[in-house]
Design a binder for this molecule. Structure first.
Ligand code: CTP
Length: 519
């Protein structure tokens, strides 16, 4: 288990004055009138203490959470309230103008990027404090009303069980029965109860432990860590959607490698992403080794994360070498080879996305495309970087060329400085060539200058194979630089090709006619 310095400083003074904000004041007033205790709790309290932006605020009341939420929303003129009867919760969206959250989040102003999120609407949720006991014969928890302490005990980590009192006599005080503040300060994730109980209540919490460790740079307490190992197989009862939500949060953090290593070391990864685990290991034969593709992939992923926030580009990094284990061969002449891993990898993407219930639409196709093309820019540099190869790359990548180049740059991880320098110089050369060719030939979003309709009119034919043949010849001639990406040159080539294939043009068609719509 790796030690990570906590990325945040804790300052209890940050919660001072929170109770004066309109939302908190309304909750306190309602609690006073009803004579029942109310508390702010969970992630928002944690984030306030470490000066991290957060969108959602949870309140717990010792009584009816739904009725309480409705009354608070009425006080604030902030209806409607959405009620989830089955869960005993109710929530409403606090529009930012209603309560100036920013005032209480002094340090958050520094986190410019994150402020965009904080400026948005805030989800406010209320729940009645519960005591939960799981009956041995049934998976369904038996829920009974409880105290704030009962409720805190049932939460996932001590740092997420911190509460702020909104009650006369202790207004604004931190309610911290399990040393959550200390854990926050030393960067420790620890369950309030015996971790076996906490994780068996909701096995997703094991993923959450890794996610918080990655996002916050925290360490998982050894006994909590061991319990994850013991309970890892219980992840099998958790839906793929909930799992991928946590995995995506890990991938969206600034150093996802921390999370993937923890997922492996806890045994969780094997339960939902075995292909990634297969990347592990560096085999050696006759003194010839290859790199460990697990660590290589993580380095590429971290590199991509330093350059882009895009989740799907990050996923492309995760999957770029995924087929290496399945294409690995030892060739006495060339050593270890992974021929075709980019195509096989692209073909593996849908299966992995389907299993994890990730989107199967454009985002998946983008990931597939990048996996399929990830060797192309670097392969270019092995030979002379010709305009035609660059044009073909631009044609194949289209608008995704910039993302592809970020992935390729991130993929240069050689420890051999000389090799690395050479790759980087070549990479820069490809970048320059791409810009040059793009400016000159505009093939990034290539639209053929000759349409099928043109071919039919020029040769007096109906829909036929001739159209495809001629369009391919023209596309290749443009990409190979034999003709410019220009209608009149393409027209001449069309006539020439038609004649060669036994189709003389119709009279009057020797020069381009007005552009015809694409068929
Ligand atoms: N919680 C829990 N077990 C879970 C999910 C949530 O005990 N499986 C509790 C924690 O106290 C948590 C609170 O519910 O702080 C709110 O959950 P959620 O909004 O999912 O997480 P946050 O801690 O707010 O963190 P983030 O917003 O980053 O997801």
């Amino acid at each position: 288990m790796a030690e990570h310095p906590a990325a945040y400083t804790v300052d209890p003074a940050r919660i001072e004055g929170v109770v004066d904000q309109p939302l908190f004041a309304a909750v306190a007033e309602e609690a006073r009138e009803r004579g029942i205790p109310a508390f702010a709790i969970g992630g928002h309290v944690r984030d306030l203490l470490i000066g991290r932006p957060s969108k959602d605020i949870d309140f717990v009341v010792e009584g009816d959470g739904i009725g309480f939420a409705q009354a608070v929303a009425r006080r604030l003129g902030n209806e409607p309230v959405h009620v989830f009867k089955n869960f005993g919760t109710a929530m409403f969206t606090l529009r930012q103008a209603q309560g100036d959250m920013r005032q209480a989040q002094g340090d958050m102003r520094q986190a410019q990027g994150d402020m965009r999120q904080a400026r948005g609407d805030i989800q406010v949720e209320f729940v009645g404090a519960r005591k939960e006991s799981y009956s041995r014969n049934s998976r369904k928890p038996e829920v009974e009303p409880g105290t704030i302490h009962d409720d805190q005990l049932r939460r996932d980590f001590t740092i997420n069980a911190l509460a702020i009192s909104l009650n006369a006599g202790s207004m604004g005080a931190l309610v911290d029965p399990f040393g959550g503040l200390l854990d926050l300060d030393r960067g420790l994730l620890r369950t309030p109860l015996d971790p076996d109980i906490t994780f068996s209540d909701d096995p997703l919490r094991m993923m959450r432990a890794v996610r918080f460790a990655t996002q916050l740079g925290f360490t998982i307490d050894p006994s909590t860590f061991k319990a994850i190992g013991r309970n890892a197989q219980r992840l099998d009862i958790i839906s793929a959607e909930r799992i991928h939500t946590e995995l995506n949060k890990i991938i969206l953090s600034s150093r996802p490698s921390i999370g993937f290593i923890l997922l492996r070391d806890t045994g969780l990864l094997a339960h939902f992403f075995p292909e990634f685990l297969e990347l592990q290991g560096a085999e050696e034969k006759y003194g010839i080794g290859h790199k460990d593709n697990f660590y290589h992939t993580l380095q590429v992923l971290d590199n991509v994360c330093a350059a882009s926030d895009d989740l799907w580009l990050r996923w492309a990094a995760v999957l770029h070498d995924i087929a290496k284990p399945r294409t690995k061969r030892f060739d006495p002449e060339h050593g270890w080879t992974f021929h075709g891993h980019e195509d096989k990898g692209a073909r593996m993407v849908p299966g992995i996305f389907r299993r994890l219930k990730l989107p199967l639409d454009d985002q998946m196709r983008f990931v597939q495309k990048l996996v399929a093309l990830h060797l192309r820019p670097i392969a270019l540099t092995k030979d002379e970087v010709t305009d035609s190869a660059v044009r073909r790359l631009l044609f194949d990548a289209g608008d995704d060329i910039d993302a592809l180049m970020i992935l390729c740059r991130a993929d240069i991880t050689s420890k051999n400085e000389r090799k690395k320098d050479r790759y980087l110089r070549n990479y820069d050369l490809v970048l320059r060539k791409l810009a040059e060719v793009e400016e000159k030939d505009r093939v990034r979003n290539f639209q053929p200058p000759i349409t099928g309709q043109d071919v039919m009119m020029a040769f007096g034919v109906g829909p036929s194979k001739l159209i495809g043949d001629i369009k391919t010849v023209i596309k290749d001639a443009i990409l190979d630089g034999h003709i410019a990406n220009d209608r009149s040159q393409a027209w001449q080539l069309m006539l020439e090709t038609g004649r060669k294939l036994g189709h003389p043009p119709v009279a009057g068609m020797e020069t381009p006619i007005a552009e015809q719509p694409q068929r």
